[in-house]
Design a binder for this molecule. Structure first.
Ligand code: RIB
Ligand code: CA
Length: 318
């Protein structure tokens, strides 16, 4: 698939992961080498099963393989987010679906290492979950950091945004801060798509209604129903923060966000702030910037990209 960007999606499917997979599998700019799953929003097996379901929904269950990864963070116990994603991780969507495809036998970390070595400096890792699989891949291949094209990581909060799981930590980083710290210190090209931008990338019911007539309207309505209610209770705004789909979109169109290069580190030994991403905006530590930090987003253009990608693809499928 010449000309397309080679990517691996790393997910903990989850509601917004599912929407990110929808977007990625319909983007004409991406060549998805595979999808890796990890313990995060929900346990690994559930994240894997949900990912297989979404691929089946879009008719790609035989075209894109799913590689299960870590059952737990590097050293901590798993933390799940059923409050946001529901008991099944997808708000009850596709609950009647009989999954026909099996996950791949190869584990996520080994798959990442194989693909990055097969396509050195070409692969973009779109990480929309805790970074455990990538940290494990770095253990398997100590030179991995010299061969990854770029990481686009949904995670962290550095400026206006605060935490969404603790006062100062975003879930993906909080769930495995040791893995995150290893990735942030790796020297790999890293674009941080954190809450500062994803909490501004909001999908509202009026947007979802624009999917009427496509094969995904019912799914998107169902998968977001409880997420919308949770958000309304928490923020007073009935809208879905499109955390993971924005990370996918940034891999396709990096100009959707404005980034600044800064030194960012991850707190791993704090009672109150474990998992906090600390951005050294004023260079106090005197350390070389290691992250392209997304600070602003063209939310309107992102939502249009999301909707038009799904609507356009449906037209060609009719
Ligand atoms: O904080 C939001 C992130 O944590 C998203 O990736 C969501 O799916 C959860 O994994
Ligand atoms: Ca996720």
């Amino acid at each position: 698939m010449s000309g397309k960007k080679k990517v691996i999606l790393d997910v903990d499917t989850g509601v917004d992961d599912a929407l990110g997979i929808l977007l990625a599998t319909h983007s004409e700019d991406l060549d998805i080498l595979g999808i890796t799953t990890v313990s995060g929003n929900v346990p690994l097996q559930m994240a894997t099963r949900n990912t297989l379901k979404v691929l089946q929904l879009v008719g790609k269950e035989n075209a894109i393989s799913v590689y299960p990864g870590a059952y737990a963070p590097l050293i901590r116990e798993p933390v799940y987010e059923y409050r946001v994603h529901g008991d099944d991780g997808m708000g009850g969507a596709l609950s009647d679906m009989i999954v026909t495809a099996e996950p791949a036998k190869q584990r996520a970390a080994a798959f990442i290492v194989d693909q990055v070595n097969r396509y050195p400096n070409e692969v973009t890792l779109i990480m929309t979950a805790p970074l455990t699989n990538l940290a494990e891949a770095m253990r398997l291949d100590p030179l991995l950091n010299q061969k990854v094209g770029r990481i686009v990581s949904m995670g962290g909060a550095v400026k206006e945004a605060r935490g969404n799981i603790t006062p100062e930590a975003e879930f993906n980083i909080y769930a495995d801060p040791e893995a995150a710290r290893k990735v942030y210190h790796s020297g790999m090209k890293l674009t941080m798509v954190g809450l500062d931008v994803t909490e501004k990338a909001l999908l509202r019911e009026k947007d979802i209604d624009r999917l009427k007539g496509t094969a995904y309207y019912d799914f998107v309505q169902t998968v977001t129903r409880d997420y919308l209610a949770f958000s309304e209770r928490g923020t007073g705004v009935r809208a879905c923060a499109m955390h993971d789909p924005l990370a996918v979109a940034v891999a396709v169109r990096s100009d959707l966000v404005r980034t600044e290069k800064h030194y960012v580190d991850v707190e791993t030994s704090s009672t109150l702030c474990d998992g906090q991403t600390v951005c050294d905006f004023k260079g106090r530590f005197g350390k070389k910037p290691n992250v392209d930090v997304a600070l602003e987003v063209d939310a309107g253009r992102f939502i249009e990209l999301f909707l038009s990608t799904l609507r356009k693809s449906e037209t060609t499928r009719l």
